[in-house]
Write a protein that binds this ligand. Structure first.
Ligand SMILES: Nc1nc2c(ncn2[C@@H]2O[C@H](COP(=O)(O)OP(=O)(O)O)[C@@H](O)[C@H]2O)c(=O)[nH]1
Ligand SMILES: [Mg+2]
Length: 423
């Protein structure tokens, strides 16, 4: 859009997709559209739902606190003690409003305590999939309401899957979970507590994990870059992508480094691991992708891919069918041509009908005429015959008179044709 506004000279050039790109004379103002969207979004605030899945103690709660720099989870000392640990995977939801430079973000965290904590974890993924789908259902139900002005979106936009820092490969549980969930949510694998491994171990572990993921055809989230992005953004996205699975370290405690700085990190006898230091772990990259650069895209993928697929499957299962002819593209010229052909066919039919009626009428008239002609002819013949007979009679009379013979009495019968003086 910017290049529209920056062009002052009036001219036009064909763009790559064949349409003519008009250069504008002066400033029209629609280059400001992104700003309008920006203002509206800021006013409305943002909403983001992230899910954290992984075995207990991998640092899920700590990471959430670290990520949003807010104590979403009370520290362990203050958390109420439960008498008994739950027997199934629990689903816990935490919501908080955070604000930065006047921009409000309503952050929802779906935690899954208990995942992978049992002797038999075969079905651990089930309650999680159910949660994700029931959130899709809730959205679908709201979409189908008559009044859709107040839709609350609780769909899960991203799922951080915590992989234990074993250094070996993915466990069967990890593979099962990811395979079951990858069509429903944006999966972002992370290596938990990466401070327990050396840089070399992490690099080798990452490689191993990616191989496993590829081998099992698991689809994890891939941050996209677009043609319109500037080179810096493209490089940034590529850089973020190269870090997946993110090796993370979480800590909500501020500690002092040997050189006197106060940082969020973890202190060890051999030194300090800084959470916000890119040389120490991938936490910064994960936060950058999740919050700064790709939050909107994660939401878009949730809506356009995962939710759309779910919705289609659900509606088909309910027996809805799509009438594709409704969506047939209409070519106005072809449509006109079709209408013209139909009109012509109608005219031809009308003409044929009229001809048929006309022929019928003509035939009727003709047969009537031939009939009356025959009648006339027979009458004419009758009269001609009568006249001929009369002429013969008269000639006979004439002859007799000339011969001086008297007229036979029978001849007087023909009164009508006799001479009045002849009687
Ligand atoms: N070494 C190390 N310990 C961590 C890290 N993150 C959290 N922990 C610790 O691991 C323990 C469990 O963390 P918690 O966040 O409650 O894990 P959750 O059960 O997955 O929610 C706590 O004692 C944390 O201090 C990390 O990145 N590295
Ligand atoms: Mg926890």
């Amino acid at each position: 859009m910017a290049d529209f506004a920056n062009q002052a000279a009036p001219s036009s050039k064909p763009s790559t997709n064949g349409t003519l790109r008009k250069k504008l004379q002066g400033y029209v103002g629609f280059a400001n559209l992104p700003n309008q969207v920006h203002r509206k979004s800021v006013k409305k605030g943002f909403n983001f739902t992230v899910m954290v899945v992984g075995e207990s103690g991998l640092g899920k709660s700590t990471l959430v606190n670290t990520l949003f720099n807010a104590p979403l989870y009370p520290s362990k000392e203050h958390a109420p003690l439960t008498e008994e640990s739950p027997k199934t995977v629990d689903i816990q939801v935490l919501s908080t409003d955070i604000e930065e430079n006047g921009v409000r973000l309503k952050l929802n965290v779906v935690d899954t305590p208990g995942f992978g904590d049992f002797i038999n974890n075969e079905e651990s993924w089930k309650p999680i999939l159910r949660t994700i789908e029931s959130r899709f259902d809730a959205y679908l139900e709201q979409e189908n309401r008559v009044n859709r002005s107040k839709i609350t979106d609780t769909r899960v936009n991203a799922c951080l899957y915590f992989i234990a820092p074993t250094g070996h490969s993915l466990k069967a549980l990890d593979i099962e979970f990811m395979k079951r969930l990858h069509n429903r949510v944006n999966l972002i694998p992370v290596i938990a507590k990466s401070d327990t491994m050396t840089h070399e171990e992490i690099a080798a572990f990452k490689e191993r994990i990616l191989l496993d993921i590829a081998h099992h055809d698991i689809k994890i989230y891939h941050a996209q870059h677009y043609e319109s992005d500037d080179i810096e953004t493209i490089n940034e996205t590529k850089d973020v992508m190269s870090k997946i699975p993110f090796a993370i370290v979480g800590s909500d405690k501020v500690i002092e480094t040997p050189d006197g700085r106060h940082v969020r990190g973890r202190k060890y006898p051999w030194g300090v691991i800084e959470v916000d230091n890119e040389d120490h772990c991938d936490f910064v990259k994960l936060r950058q992708m999740l919050i700064r650069t790709h939050m909107e895209e994660l939401k878009e993928f949730t809506n356009d891919i995962h939710y759309e697929n779910y919705r289609t499957e659900k509606l088909i299962a309910l027996g809805y069918q799509q009438d594709n002819s409704v969506f047939r593209e209409v070519d106005p010229i072809a449509k006109l041509e079709e209408e013209r052909a139909m009109h012509e066919a109608k005219l031809v039919k009308m003409e044929q009908d009229m001809k048929h009626v006309f022929q019928q009428k003509v035939q009727e008239k003709e047969s009537k005429l031939t009939q009356s002609e025959a009648e006339l002819y027979s009458k004419h013949k009758e009269m001609k015959d009568a006249l001929e007979k009369q002429r013969l009679d008269l000639e006979e009379k004439k002859r007799r008179i000339e011969q001086g013979r008297p007229i036979t009495p029978e001849k007087t019968k023909k009164k009508g044709f006799g001479f009045p003086g002849g009687k």
